[in-house]
Design a protein around this ligand. Structure first.
Ligand code: XLF
Length: 335
């Protein structure tokens, strides 16, 4: 395999000139550059990426940390990150934490050791975000923010989305609305719950704590929680599921109890559902701007990598959209 020394010798230039051409082509005259390129081609020379990154102090690699690879939402999001990053000439290293703080920290340290130029993270723990903020590494948060820590972020307006969804149910006449929420630790969960409470209060509706169902953002725990709820004598007229995985669990439990949506129980969920248009009934959902969450976060991170500046934090709040299907029924007064 040809080395940089072979290229320099055959082109009759110094090794430094070949190295300059590889790392900063604009400072080499076009005549010399042409000569070196043709020698490289004739020798089938492949520059070592490791050696180049040591010189440039850049690896052109971005680490992506996602919280749940089973969740199709994050798969679609990653696809947009990949598309934007590839067009900008960056490679990606993908890590999945399964919402575990220790795994998240382990991956952050691993990516640091791999000398990635920056990290895009959907974080599950405050501790790791504090660590990143102190480390000096370029990073951006997606989906989840920690207001007190100075970071770049691109998030959905979870509060507004949940408010609009709850108000939609209230206007259909629902009073007994159950929420399938997470454990109250993650930012989207806290914000969505705040939005739910605000809409209920605006319409002077009492919150029934028996209808606030704490589980995990997954189908298994949602299904179990819903089964327990549906065994009770009094059941809610509507369920607001805080994400699509939970919605899958809720549907399993509803079907298991031989109930129909929306005839016996209405269902609304946060997140876009893949294959939404083939579902019967179509599930009314709060759709996040996944493409913008992917592309804008990658764009902001790359700008920060390039400018090498720590100045002014960039924060983006994206509006979700309520897409009405036919999973929520109107309740006539007195029923
Ligand atoms: O972090 C939340 C949990 O699940 C995220 O926005 C999602 O709703 C995606 O499904």
């Amino acid at each position: 395999m040809a080395t940089i020394f072979d290229v320099a010798a055959k082109a009759r230039v110094s090794v430094i000139t070949v190295s300059r051409l590889l790392n900063n082509p604009s400072i080499v005259s076009s005549k010399t550059a042409d000569k070196i390129y043709s020698v490289m081609e004739s020798l089938n020379y492949q520059p070592s990426e490791i050696a180049r990154s040591l010189v440039k102090k850049r690896t052109n690699t971005i680490g992506v940390i996602m919280p749940d690879i089973k969740n199709t939402f994050f798969n679609s999001w990653f696809r947009y990150v990949e598309e934007y990053a590839a067009a900008a000439g960056y490679n990606l290293l993908l890590c999945n934490t399964d919402e575990h703080a220790e795994i998240e920290m382990k991956y952050i340290k691993l990516l640091q050791a791999q000398r990635v130029d920056g990290i895009i993270v959907v974080p599950c723990s405050k501790k790791s975000v504090e660590y990143l903020a102190k480390s000096g590494i370029n990073f951006i948060l997606v989906d989840r923010a920690f207001e007190k820590i100075k970071t770049d972020y691109v998030i959905t307006d979870h509060y507004a989305g949940a408010f609009e969804a709850t108000e939609y149910l209230i206007k259909l006449g629902h009073r007994k609305i159950a929420v399938l929420r997470g454990a109250g630790e993650l930012f989207p969960d806290i914000e969505r719950f705040r939005g739910f409470l605000a809409a209920m209060r605006k319409h002077h509706l009492k919150i029934d704590n028996n209808l606030v169902l704490n589980c995990e953002f997954d189908d298994f725990s949602a299904c179990k929680t819903m089964r327990d709820l549906l065994k009770k004598k009094e059941r809610p007229s509507a369920i607001f599921s805080f994400n699509s995985l939970m919605m899958v669990g809720a549907i399993k439990a509803i079907k298991g109890a031989k109930l129909e949506i929306p005839k016996h129980i209405s269902l609304l969920c946060f997140d876009e559902i893949p294959g939404y248009d083939i579902f019967t009934p179509g599930i009314t959902s709060v759709v996040q701007q996944i493409e913008a969450l992917g592309k804008e976060s990658t764009k902001i991170l790359i700008e920060r990598i390039k400018s090498r500046s720590q100045a002014r934090r960039k924060r983006m709040l994206l509006k979700p959209k309520l897409v009405v299907g036919d999973s929520c029924r109107k309740i006539e007064k007195g029923k």
